[in-house]
Design a protein around this ligand. Structure first.
Ligand code: BG6
Length: 524
């Protein structure tokens, strides 16, 4: 870490000493990635650029093919052009002709309806032929990037066509990668897990939460467990409370239909925010084995107490944005957005207070908030420590003591900040808080891999650490389903408002307990 202001010029070349340690080669076996929802938005903006960048880094196996599977009647060439256009538009690195030629020649398309078993059988025959031609067997990675309404026919037809259980000796050669949502509540999450289990072993299933693919989220475990200074103070003796903020400046945009059915709790809190919470609060795993890590996350989720929903004791606040200013521009309120019903009760902001009933976190409140159209885009975890005991510096006129805090900035300005109290130079004894910063861009440069690059590579290799296990998804839904049921029964009652461009509704302030606790006002 470097104290105070960072050097002005970040390192730009891979010769920087810190960059040399980054792993370059992780071997994946011969693979065919099959993308369902091949012409969808996620494929265009994230999956194709991620695969292109893996090719740039030489991380795709030599025997690699990408096949789009979709309802549109496209030719291989059509899909290749679609892929090329989108890589050019969305890749973090420029599209280079020689690299594209290598990758593009291995991109194909298979047209078929998701509920037509014959299309899957024809696909299996196509794979057999490709295997005969290259003289070796491929692992098949089925990436389901479709709306959840078609999860069931896709998963069942993968099973009924035998595609889900192709073997090489005793090893299963198929995997399925699934995008959220993993259900809408506990019942539907269980139902989806049931369908998955009928066709696949849990070891073949990779449920994506793209937050786990972010570098800074992976770094949480490193910060906590590769540094011995944190563990002794990471508990109720020293921590006053923890705040997790996942704020977006964007509104619902073109996704009004989806978002109105979802809301902030389902869209962000139940999944992304809870992943951050699990990583920051779980016990040390006994090893780096994916199951050991996921076991600890599930244990943590199970230790969270049910939230209180009475009028007197309420742990949750929901709200919608009204008209306001974002970056100096006037933006409409949620109810004025196109395709949002005037009487919608869907929350665009949710805040929640959680208590974890275990030895480490006894009595430490965890405050979570997430919203659209907030003051700025920022995701961070702030660990607020207790004030020092005794009265040595308790004279508030002279000393502006701030409790120490350690803030992990997940995005967009990735890094970590430690807030300490320091004496102001001079003959008087005066104190003020100062910040020690670590910034990824300064230390490592700014062109780090996108979440999907890491996740696709890990799924190919078979490392499930950064994916959600079925019981993990259910444990989180168990906590949130009573809240969703309660909100549904209450209709619009209790839906607060906040101006677009603000930090959320004032009602959320009441969630904070101690007289000194308040939501962080996060500056640029
Ligand atoms: C998605 C949500 O899972 O995450 C979106 O559905 C949200 O509503 C997005 O905008 C945020 O992701 P990121 O990576 O931009 O923070």
């Amino acid at each position: 870490m470097t104290a105070s202001s960072p050097p002005e010029q970040p390192p730009t070349t891979e010769s920087h000493p810190f960059l040399q340690g980054l792993s370059k080669h992780r071997g994946a076996p011969p693979t065919i990635i099959v993308i369902f929802g091949a012409s969808g938005d996620l494929t265009a903006r994230k999956l194709l650029p991620a695969i292109y960048n893996l090719e740039v880094d030489n991380l795709l196996p030599p025997d690699f093919f990408l096949i789009g599977f979709g309802r549109k009647p496209l030719s291989d060439d059509d899909f290749r052009s679609f892929a090329q256009e989108n890589v050019a538009q969305h890749s973090r690195r420029d599209l280079e002709d020689p690299i594209w030629e290598r990758l593009g020649s291995r991109i194909m398309y298979h047209s078929g309806n998701y509920d037509d078993l014959e299309a899957y059988k024809a696909f299996a025959e196509r794979v057999d032929k490709m295997e005969d031609e290259v003289g070796r067997q491929f692992q098949l990675l089925f990436y389901v990037s479709t709306p959840p309404t078609v999860f069931q026919p896709i998963l069942e037809n993968l099973g009924h066509s035998g595609l889900s259980r192709r073997h090489h000796g005793s090893a299963l050669m198929s995997k399925v990668v699934l995008e959220k949502p993993f259900g809408r509540d506990l019942d539907s999450a269980r139902e989806l897990n049931g369908i998955l289990c009928d066709q696949f072993d849990e070891s073949q299933v990779y449920r994506i939460d793209h937050y786990l693919g972010k570098e800074t989220v992976q770094d949480l475990l490193v910060q906590r467990f590769a540094n011995s200074i944190f563990e002794p103070i990471w508990n109720y003796h020293y921590v006053d409370h923890i705040q997790i903020t996942v704020a977006e400046a964007l509104g619902v945009g073109s996704r009004a239909g989806y978002y109105n059915q979802s809301g902030a709790l389902r869209d962000m809190i139940q999944n992304h925010t809870m992943q951050l919470l699990s990583l920051i609060a779980m016990e040390p795993p006994v090893s780096n084995d994916p199951e050991d890590i996921r076991n600890e996350k599930v244990k943590l989720l199970k230790a969270i107490q049910p939230v209180r929903l009475d009028e007197e004791q309420n742990d949750v606040v929901r709200a919608q944005y009204t008209e306001g200013l974002i970056g100096g521009e006037k933006v409409p309120g949620f109810l004025q957005e196109q395709d949002i019903p005037q009487d919608s009760s869907t929350e665009t902001y949710a805040a929640i207070r959680l208590s974890i009933d275990n030895w480490r976190w006894n009595g430490v409140p965890f405050y979570l908030r997430s919203g659209k159209r907030m003051a700025r885009r920022v995701t961070e975890i702030a660990v607020q420590f207790k004030n020092p005991p005794g009265n040595l510096f308790s004279d508030s006129d002279k000393f502006h003591l701030a409790g120490n805090s350690f803030v992990m900035q997940i995005q967009p300005d990735e890094g970590a900040t430690l807030l300490l109290n320091s004496k102001i130079p001079g003959l008087e004894n005066r104190i003020q808080p100062v910040k020690m910063h670590f910034r990824y861009a300064t230390t490592y440069g700014s062109n780090t891999p996108e979440a999907y690059e890491r996740l696709i590579l890990d799924a190919m290799i078979g490392d499930s650490t950064l994916f959600i296990r079925g019981d993990e998804a259910e444990a989180s839904w168990k906590l949130y389903t009573p809240i969703l049921d309660h909100w549904q029964a209450s209709g619009n009652k209790g839906v607060e408002t906040y101006a677009a461009g603000s930090w959320g509704p004032t009602a959320a302030d009441k969630l904070l307990w101690g007289s000194k606790q308040e939501w962080r006002k996060i500056g640029p």
